[in-house]
Design a protein around this ligand. Sequence first.
Ligand code: SF4
Length: 576
Amino acid sequence: MNQVENVGLIDGYVDEPTVLGVPPYVSIYPRYVAGSIWTHSPCTQIHYQTIDQIRTSFEKAQHLWSKMDLLILIAGMIVPGKYIGGTPISVREARTLFSSPLLKDIPKILVGPWASFGCGIQGGKLALSSEALAPPFDYIIKGDPEIVLAQAFDPSIGLESVNLELTRESASEIETYTTRGAQIVTQYPGFSNKHIICEIETYRGCPRFLTGGCSFCVEPSYGIPQQRTVNAIVSEIESLYNLGVRAFRLGHQADLFTYGSQEIGEYEFPTPNVDAIENLFSKIRKVAPDLDVLHIDNVNPGTIARHPEESKKVAKSIMKYHTPGDVAAFGVESADPEVIRRNNLKGDAEEMIEAVRILNAVGGKRELRGLPHLLPGINLLYGLPGESKKTLEHNMNFLKQILDEGLIVRRINVRQVIGLQGTSLEHSSGKRIKRNQFFKHRQEIRDRIDIEMIKRVAPPGTIIQSVFLDAEDGNHHLLRQLGTYPLLCHMTKGSDERIPKDVFVVDHGPRSLTVLPFPFRPQKASLSQWKAIPGIGSKRATRIKATESLKSAKDITDALDMELPEWILNSLSFDK
Ligand code: SF4
């Protein structure tokens, strides 16, 4: 390749089974790609932008790109999802943006899940072939972008001759890139106000590749899992932390509980290695003592059900070092025995419930009025072979049993599968139940299960710390914590527009919380904030707003003419 002075690196966002890269998450891709380029071409300037930044002015973006020597788009939603932090690039948008005549002489490269596994459009549909984007893209890297680009930047090989399907042979090949590329996060839009979570890889591939893994999943296609060393992971986190990043999620692996297991590669459900987890988490805290968020993501419930004692120890170890409000995402997918059998899922419904029980017993603890430390989240997937109307019944009974046993799950993801290249669903339509049946069933889960669950996760009075403004909705601020699967908090605006650091829960919707600022300052509260407290209503709220002297809890209960629960009284703070 000729001298490459300027590269435009565009993050169209990614979501795949083991990587999330939608704001505030930064996936591994921009970091590894930048690290690879800077290792082999240290003077190259990389201009990193997210698709949301570009949307503010396509013309401006294309004008900037026209001055680049190379353009790289990172893209790929291959897990269906809804996002509040950002809107992933669509296939149509990618085509339009990169087909501009201004860019006709600039090599354009597509990397990420779209390139490797096809373009997921929506749940319940087959993915489009990645070739659908060639043109406008000249090169579609089906292999690992950091490895392919390393060769492309080698003057003896170059972009024209490089094998676009090259993949890493061991995790050690990426380690120079992971630390070197950390610097790219300083260009991330949320970097300056610390609204950024770096997704961290601990291993790639799934131990269940031995039996082919789950029918819909791309992870087994990586073959024997490649584990990164503790020192490599810790060095990457240290580099990011030294730049100012304070939030991390160990989200990039099939099952965090099996990280470091010497049985990976030998057994489908390896025994967790408690010492490896303790070593990893303790070293992270040593290099990042003042981090704000340390969370995890995927955990195989089949591992917990088969290795309960080791799993409890692993959970305790994580809880010593992580930050509360953490979620272990359980890919249950289905409780229907026929679907489980035909798709080689991780275990039967009873094993899945046992995993929920085990994790609840250890991770359900909470500090004072905070969120539980480490709860399971449940993923259910629809459109799999073997699915029928009975699947809906099995899944609903499964969730009802969890509810009736008094267990807690942090969230239930109800999604439709995308048929991806390289999986056994590639040639399947994926449609098993009708779309309207799916939506009705999902709504039933929201109405009957979610609402009860969220009350258990965050009962009235729970304090949600360090919230960020996500969006405004009329008279409401939509707030969230920085962290894994953050709960959506609706807060009626107060008499000033400032966003409080902490909030406390006063009420619940099926998938969201109604909150007020914590501490709650009666003199500053707006009429609608008073009305948001259950039991107060319009008349009392109007009366208390008209009361001039609110200097004590007694003044408030007198003005309202009602007793207030402890959790409200304990949330009050009076201006002198
Ligand atoms: S257990 Fe199944 S869903 Fe999870 S990573 Fe392995 S193959 Fe994929």
